[in-house]
Ligand binder design. Structure first.
Ligand code: HEM
Length: 456
């Protein structure tokens, strides 16, 4: 096994001016830099900045090692677990941030509520959100697609979680997600070096957002379960399922843990789905032949009516279209593990403390798995083409034991929202409009994403 020092990569940026130059380049074109680095150094490489090292991997076999084969050696690091600067500040010790025994127990309690069989019962809420999104559109109107998709995705999580209108309360959680993203994006700025007690504007905004989330979510929990050990009001929704789920010893999760799981699902599930839908509309507008095939499927299956839950299986092309959108524009374009026990990747030793990043954006643009990777082609996700590909060449939802617990939900909601709207409207981009990817916490299309609606 070779030493980790030998992992190839660009020369270290070990001085302040060199680190500053690198930051400027990253700001200009992070995605381009990462793709170029993999081309130059291969499937495993390391970046060294001011004494810190980050290992990046691209190939399906290395990804499988991190997520499955040696998963015990790689955990969620402080970007997730820190209550000061990490996701845990908002989502607490929900599934996205927890590790070890807590994660194992919670995953078992939460997963049944989001199982593929169970999510079909949420389809009505998904279709309804699609209908509402276009309720005030007319032939020829210009619509802000990114806002509309964000709103639809938020409503879907809110309604499936609480099975009643929680309009204003959902907005509180939506705003909090934006505050969280503000925090994670600001983590790269010099302000975060200030001591914890120093009240920067960003920190005050975060604290306020957390207080407001707590107010709303604890109230909704107590409506359902007035005392922690008492009976649960069964609304047939996600929240009731979480609150009544019992572990092997018959114990239920505390109000605090339930709050963390609920907030985590809002955070993990709404902006990711909204961005996928935003990109879906951009790709439909850019690819007329693909659009024609999608319309043909919708017209044949729906014949002009709104979708119904049992149409899902009859829309394979629409679903493949969403899968191809997730290939080109994975909302989680990179995600991180921290090494907690010595591991081996690609013949190199990885030591505890090392950060390892998976980069779906690069894996999904690797011509070895996706010939002509810049071409948008849903057929990659149909029939043999799909079967022949390595499972770990498509990782928009991660993989292994920590695969996105909402993946069946997410595929269904994006398919239904797109199908509901595309059955009635085409959206076009204004002449010369150049939509580019913005790599923030998630990979979103540059906005405001204004498109023109045409009645079909
Ligand atoms: C297109 C939409 C979505 C994308 C692209 C996405 C992506 C991901 C990814 C990549 C992970 C794994 C992160 C890692 O291993 O570090 C993840 C985990 C997770 N996602 Fe999603 N997600 C989406 C929608 C949803 C939805 C709708 C929900 C909930 C309703 C959800 C809830 C979660 C949770 C709770 C986890 C943590 C699972 C665990 O570690 O056990 N996600 N998601």
């Amino acid at each position: 096994m070779r030493a980790s020092d030998e992992i190839p990569g660009p020369p270290p940026a070990d001085s302040i001016p060199a680190a500053y130059r690198l930051m400027k380049e990253v700001k200009k074109d992070l995605l381009g830099l990462v793709l170029a680095a993999f081309e130059e150094y291969g499937d495993i490489l390391q970046l060294r900045v001011l004494g810190r090292r980050q290992v990046l991997v691209r190939s399906p076999d290395l990804i499988r090692e991190v997520l499955v084969g040696q998963a015990k050696c790689f955990e969620k690091g402080k970007d997730y677990t820190s209550r000061r600067k990490g996701l845990a500040k908002f989502g607490g010790m929900g599934l996205l941030s927890s590790n070890g025994e807590l994660w194992r127990r919670q995953r078992k309690l939460v997963a049944p509520a989001l199982h593929a069989k169970r999510v079909a019962s949420y389809a009505d809420a998904m279709i309804l959100a699609g209908e509402e999104a276009m309720a005030d559109w007319q032939d020829g109107s210009v619509v802000e697609v990114d806002r509309a998709m964000m709103h639809a995705a938020l409503r879907i999580v809110a309604r499936t979680m609480f099975s009643r209108e929680i309009g204003a309360e959902a907005d509180v959680i939506g705003e909090a997600t934006h505050a969280l993203h503000g925090m994670l994006e600001a983590n790269n700025s010099a302000w975060t070096l200030l001591p914890d007690w120093f009240p920067t504007l960003q920190r005050m905004r975060e604290d306020r957002a957390v207080e407001r989330i707590d107010e709303v979510v604890y109230r909704l929990i107590r409506e359902r379960r007035p005392t922690p050990d008492g009976p649960v009001e069964d609304g047939g929704d996600l929240a009731s399922m979480l609150l009544s789920a019992e572990d092997d010893e018959g114990a239920r999760m505390s109000d605090e843990q339930a709050r963390d799981e609920i907030v985590t699902m809002f955070i993990a599930g709404h902006e990711t789905a909204a961005n996928t839908l935003g990109w879906a509309w951009v790709e439909l507008a850019r690819n007329p032949e693909v659009e024609a095939t999608l319309h043909e499927e919708l017209d044949r299956v729906l014949g002009g009516r709104a979708p119904r839950p049992d149409d899902y299986r009859a829309l394979p092309y629409t679903r493949a279209f969403i899968e191809e959108t997730l290939r080109r524009w994975p909302p989680a374009f990179t995600f991180l593990r921290t090494c907690v026990a010595e591991a081996e990747l690609g013949g190199y030793r990885i030591e505890p403390g090392a950060d390892v990043s998976l980069v779906p954006y690069a894996t999904h643009r690797d011509a070895r798995h996706y010939p002509d990777p810049e071409r948008f082609d849903p057929a990659r996700f149909l029939g043999e083409a799909r079967e022949a590909r390595d499972r770990y060449a498509w990782i928009p939802f991660g993989g292994g034991p920590r695969v996105c617990v909402g993946n069946a939900f997410a595929l269904m909601e994006t398919t239904f929202v797109l199908a509901t709207i595309a059955a009635r409207y085409r959206l076009t981009l204004p002449e010369g409009e150049d939509v580019v990817p913005v790599p923030g916490v998630t990979l979103r299309p540059s906005g405001p994403l204004r498109m023109r609606a045409h009645a079909r």
